[in-house]
Design a protein around this ligand. Structure first.
Ligand SMILES: NC(=O)c1ccc[n+]([C@@H]2O[C@H](COP(=O)([O-])OP(=O)(O)OC[C@H]3O[C@@H](n4cnc5c(N)ncnc54)[C@H](OP(=O)(O)O)[C@@H]3O)[C@@H](O)[C@H]2O)c1
Length: 324
């Protein structure tokens, strides 16, 4: 099979399109013939590895996961002995390692049936970003109908799902993004949009019951100032400096005052993928796709994402040219 292989840690250009063996599923795994994947910040971290933090050490180490690409959508080719939920021919979506390839294995609990109304490319845009939005809003943010919810970083992969999922919970949603993304944010349901180049929501005196930091660019104290008295600030991602601040301060801040700050790492699972499938099938959520790249151009896709201003998701399409 063809795969974009990471031979050493480094920038996206280290990826090479190679012919390698199709993986064999373990007892609890499904082998999927992939038709699409999509790009997440996590892929960049996996490819750059420790080089990202300590360049000297990073150059001496070899990548643990030779094929990046968490998101995947495709058709089940074969299943391990213990797999009960899927069988060959099923169309699935979900996440594992190795999505930048023609075939990949995934444990069955990280997959669900593909939404019937979505193409493989659309379905591959969903898993990591939408699960992050769902778990951040529902589990960490304890989102309730009628609440005032603000999404910062609202126009990226996570943010575009967060707007729509917050609306599906009945919240009044304010999206924060740059001017070029104001129309997109409105078109997917945001009730109010703040252009962060013109207005700083942390200083405008408005208060929110829940702030979801899809891409956190202010200090944790600024976000807390914009919370209502019992408000919750959930940190999903953002610049390295801001994430570090969150990881260090969240435990301390949980002891101070009635406002809560929470940091989390999303966990892929079939139950939540099935919830997203339902939302997608009734049209309460649609994937926003910025660009599509073929498998051989994953490096270009990763570089584009690293510019930091993608509008929604960047999809990788996988064309099995030898198919009849
Ligand atoms: N906790 C978890 O489990 C988890 C899971 C997945 C992802 N993450 C993290 O979540 C973050 C977002 O992921 P993603 O996939 O959404 O990334 P992404 O698609 O690359 O995010 C790009 C978006 O960020 C926005 N942005 C850039 N600067 C901004 C600013 N100053 N203020 C507000 N928005 C700004 C951009 O909007 P404009 O062009 O309008 O500026 C762009 O639309 C990343 O840090 C990622 O590592 C965490």
């Amino acid at each position: 099979m063809k795969a974009m292989v990471t031979t050493q840690y480094g920038p996206p250009d280290v990826l090479q399109l190679r012919e390698i063996a199709i993986p064999t599923p373990a007892q609890n795994e499904v082998l999927i013939k992939l038709y699409a994947s999509s790009v997440n910040p996590l892929d960049g971290f996996l490819i750059r590895g420790p080089l990202f933090f300590v360049p000297m050490i990073g150059r001496l180490l070899k990548p643990k996961h030779k094929i990046a690409g968490a998101d995947m959508a495709g058709r089940v080719e074969s299943v391990g002995r213990d797999v009960t939920q899927f069988r060959p021919g099923d169309e699935v979506f979900g996440a594992s390692y190795g999505g930048f390839a023609e075939y990949a294995c995934a444990v069955e609990n990280s997959l669900a049936r593909k939404p019937a109304n979505l193409s493989f490319a659309e379905a591959a845009a969903v898993p990591v970003a939408a699960i992050t939005a769902l778990q951040g809003l529902r589990d960490k943010g304890e989102i309730q109908r009628g609440q005032k919810v603000l999404i910062d970083g609202a126009s990226g992969g996570v943010g575009t799902f967060a707007i729509q999922i917050a609306k599906s919970f009945g919240a009044e949603v304010t999206a924060v993004c740059s001017p070029r993304n104001v129309d997109i944010a409105r078109s997917i349901g945001a009730d109010h949009v703040i252009d962060y180049t013109r207005e700083d929501f942390t200083h405008n005196g408005l208060r929110y019951d829940l702030i979801f930091g899809a891409n956190v660019h202010h200090s944790i104290f600024d976000y807390r100032r914009a919370l209502s008295r019992k408000g919750i600030f959930v940190v999903a991602g953002g610049s390295m400096m801001r994430l570090l601040q969150a990881v260090l301060l969240v435990p301390l801040l949980s002891w101070i005052g009635s406002r809560k700050t929470r940091f989390f790492i999303a966990k892929m699972n079939t139950t939540d993928l099935a919830i997203l499938k339902d939302l997608l099938e009734v049209g309460k959520t649609v994937p926003v796709i910025d660009r599509r790249y073929p498998l051989g151009e994953v490096s270009e896709a990763l570089r584009y994402r690293e510019e930091g201003h993608a509008q929604g998701k960047i999809v990788i399409t996988i064309n099995h040219s030898h198919d009849v």
